[in-house]
Design a binder for this molecule. Structure first.
Ligand code: ADP
Ligand code: MG
Length: 224
C-alpha cells in the first residue's frame, strides 16, 4: 500500500482565451515513511500538484490514490473524511488564528476531530514541547517569531497523526538560517512519527535531506 500514487495526472487552467497546461502527465509514488522533495521554479506547478494530491482540487484527469484508496468515485463526504484523517498540510504562510494562543491553535485541530478539551491540550502541549515551544504555549502568533510560527503550524499539521504530510514551501518565508533549523526539526519530528511527506521547496540544499527528489519542469516530473 502506497501513501500516495499519482498516475498520468494532468491539470490545466483557463487563462483568458487560452488553456495553460500546468501538469502534463505526472506519475509519482510516495511509500509509507518516505520523504519526497518537489523542486521547481516559481510557476512550475508545485502548488497545483500539492492541491491535487491534497484533495483540494478535483479538476484534474488521471488517477490519484491516498493510502492505497482510489479517489475517483468517492463521495464528497468520503473525500473530506480522508482529507481530515489521512492528510496534514503546511503552507508557506502559517494561517494560524491570530486571536488564539499557540496551544489553542494546535489543540483545536484535535478538538475538531472529536478529542476532549483537556486531552487535546495535553497532546498539543507535548507536540509543541517536542518542537521546542514549551515556553511559548500561551503566546498568540503575533508574539512569536517567524520560525516559531512555522513550528506551531507544523505542530497543528501533525497532531492528528496524518499518514501523509503535504508541505508547500514550509520554510520559504524564513531567513536561510532559521529555515535550515526549522526544516531539520520538521524532518526529525515527522521521521520519528513514521509519516510520509511530499514537500515542495525551491531550496535544493533542504531537498537533498529527503529520501528522493523530483523536479517539476515543463509540466513533467524528473527524478534527480
Ligand atoms: P508554483 O507553486 O510552482 O509556483 P503554481 O502551481 O502556483 O506554481 O502555478 C503554476 C501555474 O499555474 C502558473 O502559471 C499559475 O499562473 C497557474 N495557475 C495556478 N493556479 C491557477 C488558477 N487558479 N487559475 C489560473 N491559473 C493558475
Ligand atoms: Mg507555490
Amino acid at each position: 500500500m502506497t501513501a500516495l500514487t499519482l498516475k498520468n495526472v494532468k491539470r490545466s487552467f483557463h487563462q483568458g482565451s487560452k488553456d495553460v497546461h500546468v501538469l502534463k502527465g505526472i506519475d509519482l509514488t510516495v511509500e509509507p515513511g518516505e520523504l519526497v522533495a518537489l523542486i521547481g521554479s516559481s510557476g512550475s506547478g508545485k502548488s497545483t500538484l500539492l492541491q491535487v494530491a491534497g484533495l483540494l482540487d478535483d479538476s484534474f484527469t488521471g488517477d490519484l490514490a491516498i493510502g492505497g484508496k482510489k479517489i475517483a468515485g468517492l463521495s464528497d463526504d468520503a473525500r473530506s473524511r480522508l482529507r481530515r484523517t489521512e492528510l496534514g498540510f503546511i503552507y508557506q504562510f502559517h494561517h494560524l488564528m491570530p486571536d488564539f494562543t499557540a496551544l489553542e491553535n494546535v489543540a483545536i485541530a484535535l478538538q475538531i476531530a472529536g478529542v476532549g478539551k483537556s486531552a487535546a491540550a495535553e497532546e498539543a502541549t507535548a507536540v509543541l514541547t517536542g518542537l521546542g515551544l514549551e515556553e511559548r504555549l500561551d503566546h498568540t502568533p503575533a508574539k512569536l517569531s517567524g520560525g516559531e510560527q512555522q513550528r506551531v503550524a507544523i505542530a497543528r499539521a501533525i497532531i492528528g497523526k496524518p499518514s501523509l504530510l503535504l508541505a508547500d514551501e514550509p520554510t520559504g518565508n524564513l531567513d536561510e538560517e532559521t529555515a535550515a533549523r526549522v526544516f531539520a526539526l520538521f524532518l526529525k519530528t515527522i521521521k520519528s512519527r513514521g509519516m510520509s511527506a511530499l514537500i515542495a521547496t525551491h531550496d535544493r540544499d533542504l531537498a537533498s535531506k529527503l529520501d528522493r527528489q523530483f523536479q517539476l519542469k515543463d509540466g513533467k516530473l524528473v527524478e534527480l
